[in-house]
Design a protein around this ligand. Structure first.
Ligand SMILES: [Zn+2]
Length: 224
């Protein structure tokens, strides 16, 4: 099974056994670009939490790294306007737009982190021709619908295992099966099978059918 988003280079996930799955490993900034490039499938980008540690020069370096190391996507990039992270919104937008441009220019999908910012992310994406995934999607059914109708995939993770997953359940119900990806992020990567089985029960599909479907979606999006 393909885990479409897990930070395998982070200390807290290093000890999990990933032998039965293929994993897409995103980066968070210049300090782990070379680390993630050691994995089979990796993405290069600057995460919105770390834009303050980066400059215009780093955006140039990112482009050089993309051309040299051939990642399968640009990311993790995006916007995070939650209370702890929203103090530098303008800088986040600047880095996000630049990375959308880099993805388009290099014909790569984008892996997008969108927290309390779905509205803004939708408005930026609607101005361009990017494609990719809204990783760890959390939002309203309308926002889910908007993203998928723009051709974006929704990365479904731990949010559907939480007790208050009812909103997510209705999103999974209405989301086309060919737009769903499975991921764990850095929170219990061993839960990948639980997430897949929750999706299968909501969709009324067998577990195997669900996994096959989501794996095919990942292969299609990332060209792997
Ligand atoms: Zn992540």
């Amino acid at each position: 099974m393909i885990n479409t988003h897990a930070h395998l280079d982070f200390d807290e996930v290093k000890n999990f056994d990933f032998s039965t799955e293929e994993t897409i490993v995103p980066s968070i900034g210049k300090e782990n670009w070379s680390k993630v490039a050691l994995f089979d499938f990796f993405a290069l980008g600057i995460h919105p939490w770390y834009v303050d540690q980066h400059s215009d020069l780093d955006l140039d370096l990112l482009e050089i790294q993309i051309k040299k190391n051939k990642p399968i996507a640009v990311g993790e990039c995006g916007l995070d306007f939650s209370p702890n992270h929203k103090s530098n919104q303008l800088k986040q937008v600047y880095f996000f737009k630049h990375q959308l441009h880099l993805a388009q220019k290099n014909n790569l999908p984008v892996i997008i982190h969108s927290v309390k910012a779905n509205h803004e992310v939708i408005s930026h994406l609607s101005e361009r021709d990017n494609y990719g995934v809204i990783h760890g999607f959390y939002g309203s059914p309308e926002e889910a619908n908007k993203f998928t109708s723009m051709g974006f995939f929704l990365g479904i993770g731990h949010a559907i295992l939480k007790p208050n997953y009812l909103k997510m359940e209705s999103i999974i119900q209405t989301c086309p099966m060919d737009k769903i990806l499975i991921e764990t992020d850095d929170d219990n990567p061993g839960d990948l099978t639980k997430i897949a089985s929750k999706i299968s029960s909501i969709k009324g599909l067998s577990y195997d059918e669900t996994v096959l479907n989501c794996d095919n979606n990942a292969k299609k999006l990332f060209g792997i």
